[in-house]
Ligand binder design. Structure first.
Ligand code: HAM
Length: 421
């Protein structure tokens, strides 16, 4: 019987995993160099955690289910809500700011295509309890440096401000969400309808024009004119943010007042980063300043963060020509004849203890078949354990790259391999 993988999921072979681990390790390294500490949260949570404030876009994509005890649960579609729950329950009394990161699989019931999956991996960072400007700049700098560290040289960062849109939309939070959702999807038909329902029809043209403002600092002036002085506070915040980002040497981004984000908890600066090397699903990361305090019942605290899609970054890194070398065994022990099998295992154990990645013939093949197998694994060293050499406290060591073979004392094998890595 053949079993298919569930739609939107993937298997990863050894080569895929190598690339993914390389990307993940690069993220970890950059993040820790910024002083972030790793945390972990459950793969599934109570459904309510995600319906409380994630917004209509995410709620309809939730993988929710009842467990055998009748509890309503959902696989996590993202990390931010879980991290705020962890903060509310356990981290509230820690000295501020709290800088944490996590990495793992998330689930969204989306229409699968290249770069968009139902199970995908995120690398997520949050700063809780730092002044907004400093935290926002640090988080954008970390997102950009993380992508560069993972091998992406070609990225487009776009920075906007959802607080500006929220303060401009004088209506209740639910109506705001629906209007913002239309702006995010650039669905101007429904936007007109939602604005009419919220008695804001006269704002249609301003909003439509605003989301297309994109470029250097001059677009902030243009937005000021469009909003007739309405968004001044947010616009001057973005000018300050630009100065703060220059302290990190970060100047390569544009202001984009059309960054709306698909999640509902953002309240201030928002940003997105694309890799132009990817197709339709080119957004490799995004985030911003948000407020989930009312969901958990704690006092407002500045929070800002981002998530980067590991899968998309792996695709983009490959598209930019990142090559990863396979890390298979570097040595292969071949006992010559049954009488030498035990001795072969002695050599194997010594080499493994010394830190050499080492394998042995488990099948009982003859020497030439074993040499073929070792070559197919990309192994450099074949260790031929024969009776005559053993009597002299030695083995035959063949360099499969050059074809050269020498006799070498047992106690020198590991050093030879480690020093010629
Ligand atoms: P998000 O924009 O929904 O933000 O997701 C972040 C990234 O995850 C996206 O830019 C994309 O690269 C990747 N991603 C999302 N959905 C999929 C999918 N179906 N398949 C493959 N990759 C995907 C968040 O999740 C926020 N929690 C980020 C954040 C943290 N904001 C503040 N703190």
């Amino acid at each position: 019987m053949m079993f298919e993988r569930p739609r939107g999921t993937r298997d990863f072979g050894p080569k895929d995993m190598l690339l993914r681990r390389r990307v993940e390790n690069a993220f970890r390294k950059t993040c820790e160099s910024f002083g972030f500490r790793e945390i972990g949260t459950p793969t599934f949570e109570n459904l309510e955690l995600f319906t409380a404030r994630s917004g209509p876009g995410i709620v309809k994509e939730l993988y929710d289910f009842k467990d055998k005890g009748g509890r309503e649960l959902a696989l996590r579609p993202e990390f931010t809500a879980s991290i705020m729950r962890l903060y509310a329950n356990d981290l509230r009394n820690e000295p501020k700011p709290i800088k944490v990161y996590t990495m793992g699989n998330c689930f969204r019931y989306e229409e699968p295509q290249m770069g968009r999956y139902r199970e995908f991996w995120q690398y997520n960072c949050e700063i809780i309890g730092a002044p907004a400007l400093e935290a926002d700049a640090e988080i954008i700098a970390l997102a950009i440096e993380s992508l560069k560290g993972a091998g992406l040289n070609n990225i487009d960062a776009r920075i906007g401000h959802i607080g500006m849109l929220r303060s401009y939309l004088k209506t209740d939070r639910e109506a705001q969400s629906r209007i913002l959702h239309c702006l995010d999807k650039r669905d101007f038909g429904t936007l007109r309808e939602e604005l009419r329902k919220a008695d804001l029809s006269s704002e249609y043209e301003t909003l439509r024009d605003l989301v297309y403002l994109k470029g250097g600092p001059e677009v902030l002036d243009e937005a000021g004119e469009l909003l007739k002085g309405g968004g001044n506070e947010s616009l001057s915040y973005l000018r300050d943010l630009s100065r703060q980002l220059s302290l990190y040497g970060i100047t390569d981004y544009v202001f984009d007042l059309g960054v709306v984000r698909g999640l509902d908890y953002y309240t201030g600066m928002v940003f997105e980063i694309d890799s132009p090397n990817l197709g339709a699903e080119k957004q490799v990361g995004g985030g911003g300043a948000y407020d989930l305090s009312d969901v958990f019942g704690f006092d407002f605290i500045n929070s800002t963060g981002f998530a980067i899609g590991v899968d998309r970054v792996a695709l983009a890194a490959e598209a930019e020509g990142l090559k990863v070398k396979e890390v298979g065994p570097e040595a292969f022990v071949i006992p010559i004849g049954d009488a030498m099998r035990e001795k072969g295992f002695e050599v194997l154990r010594d080499l493994r203890t010394a830190g050499v990645r080492c394998d042995i013939d488990l099948v009982g093949k003859g020497p030439s078949k074993n040499l073929e197998y070792a070559s197919s694994l990309g192994v450099r060293w074949a260790v031929l354990v024969g009776e005559d050499e053993w009597k002299r406290g030695a083995v035959a060591l063949r360099d499969l790259d050059s074809g050269e073979q020498i006799e070498i004392p047992l106690k020198e094998i590991a050093d030879k391999m480690l020093s010629s890595r």
